[in-house]
Design a protein around this ligand. Structure first.
Ligand code: BGC
Length: 501
């Protein structure tokens, strides 16, 4: 029996909720998501180039929980028709998937476009549209061509031009049919997780420099791609482009830690959103200040967070058509005591901010070591974002629970219900303009350092079957029903104050 089954006594609270309260606004879109490296497999089929994740998992199987890799994964490269069928079974309005840069451009550069790569995504897009499902395309979900990684990857400022060239190919090939675009998935993970923790690809530890070079380059890369779309493709195709950020919500441990919690929000989220969504642009002033102080203390001559030039500030500011929010989990933060030691941020403590990060005792732990369940966090995060940047169009581009195997995943259903209820509260009580929701994930897949050991899928995938049979879980039926009714049929809440070890 897993933690949620043990602990969560689902309580129906419909008494205080009218049917209207449980209904999503007209036009609200529901989707599900995957990412290329996590599902496609076919890592060296046809002329596909090697990605940084291919290299990492092949050279460091010991870094992955079950020593696995994405060589075959769900084999979606061959089984994409079944993936579309699943999207139809669920009644999805859109399917979010990502394009593998080295599958399309094997060398990383646009000197050569793979015919098979091009056709693969084209068929997937056409297949979805035939069924009335919108393709919602992420251009980059962490599988950088190894050729570009060898040149410094996201720490090399030239990456912004490499990404711009790749973006032009993608928009040219698919812009006529794709109306929803995400340039880059989760700069926080690509930069802070990677260079601070050394546990994702590329395995490079550079907490004091690499993480910040990456932070700036990723923003400039996104902005160049957005401006390219805006100037050359929007007039013809009229689609929407944004960047998907990862949001960990921070609460202060005590009232004394309120300022620190705000700083943590700026560091985790604001660092990647203030430059784009604020009216002033550039780094959040509070983070700029802290980084300067910390860098000087560490003996650097200037801040490790590279400054934007005035031209770069103008280039990045305003490069969005909607706000894309990935959210899973929350944290508490408190000031570190004299001499207390830190573990690395963002999976551990907020070293630069002098903050110790922890969870509240009643937040259950999922099967991912970083992931505690706190449904209110999503609402509070949305309200914070609206306060910072105004009432933009918000789309939840990822949300879901990691569990053990099994088809009867009541725990996942509870998670979805609880988080969706908070989104409804944000819409109806706080007036936040949320227009879409994306379940992560359509099917079990390669869960990065957890390999195949952790499950997040609405569909279970049988990895022992060469056909990678996909079977709907109870949560798939729940989700299909929710989409059909356009409403939750009841709300469940976890009992408060339960301590789970
Ligand atoms: C990533 C997904 C990942 C999910 C669950 C997100 O941050 O975008 O690729 O599978 O978290 O770990």
């Amino acid at each position: 029996m897993d933690w949620f089954q043990t602990v969560v006594l689902s309580t129906v609270l419909s008494a205080s909720w009218s049917a209207e309260d449980l209904t999503f606004p007209p036009g609200f879109m529901f989707g599900a998501a995957t990412a290329a490296y996590q599902v496609e497999g076919a890592w060296n089929v046809s002329d596909k180039g090697e990605s940084a994740w291919d290299r990492y998992t092949h050279e460091h199987p010991e870094k992955i929980k079950d020593h696995s890799n994405g060589d075959i994964a769900c084999d979606s490269y061959h089984l994409w028709r079944r993936d579309i069928e699943m999207a139809v079974e669920l009644g999805l309005h859109f399917y979010r998937f990502s394009i593998s840069w080295p599958r399309l451009l094997p060398s990383g550069y646009p000197n050569y476009i793979s015919e098979d790569g091009k056709n693969y995504y084209s068929n997937l897009i056409d297949g979805l549209l035939e069924k009335g499902i919108e393709p919602f395309v992420t251009m980059y979900h962490w599988d950088l061509p190894q050729s570009l990684q060898d040149l410094g990857g996201w720490t090399n400022p030239l990456v912004a031009d490499w990404f711009y060239d790749y973006a032009r190919v993608v928009f040219t090939l698919y812009g006529d049919r794709v109306k929803w675009w995400l340039t880059i998935n989760e700069p926080l993970v690509m930069c802070d997780f990677v260079y601070n923790n050394g546990i994702l690809a590329p395995p490079i530890m550079s907490p004091e420099l690499g993480a910040y070079l990456c932070s700036k380059n990723v923003l400039v890369a996104h902005a160049k791609a957005w401006r390219l779309y805006d100037e050359e493709f929007r007039p013809k195709y009229n689609g929407k482009v944004s960047v998907a950020n990862h949001h960990v919500w921070f609460d202060p441990l005590t009232p004394d830690d309120a300022e620190l919690a705000e700083l943590a929000r700026e560091d985790c989220v604001g660092k990647y959103t203030h430059p784009i969504f604020s009216t002033t642009g550039g780094w959040p002033p509070s983070i700029e200040k802290v980084m300067e102080e910390v860098s000087l203390k560490r003996g650097y001559k200037s801040s490790s967070l590279p400054a934007f030039t005035p031209e770069e500030i103008a280039l990045v500011r305003g490069t969005y058509d909607f706000y894309a929010m990935n959210h899973y989990t929350s944290r508490l933060i408190r000031k570190a005591k004299e001499g207390e030691t830190f573990t690395a941020w963002p999976l551990g403590d907020a070293v630069d901010l002098g903050g110790i990060v922890q969870r509240r005792a009643d937040w259950p732990l999922s099967t991912s070591f970083w992931f505690y369940v706190y449904p209110e966090g999503i609402r509070r995060q949305l309200v914070w974002l609206r306060k910072q940047y105004g009432n933009l169009e918000f789309v939840i581009t990822e949300n879901g629970l990691s569990t053990y195997a099994g088809l009867d995943d009541q725990d996942r259903i509870d998670y979805y219900k609880n988080y969706l209820r908070q989104i409804l509260l944000a819409i109806k009580e706080d007036g936040v303009n949320v227009t879409g929701y994306t379940a992560w994930t359509l099917m079990d897949n390669f869960e990065w350092m957890d390999g195949y050991a952790t499950k997040l899928g609405l569909y279970e995938v049988d990895y022992l079957d060469p056909q990678r049979k996909r079977t709907p879980r109870a949560s798939a039926r729940f989700y299909a029903d929710l989409i059909k009714k356009h409403a939750l049929d009841s709300v469940t809440v976890a009992p408060p104050n339960v301590t789970i070890v």
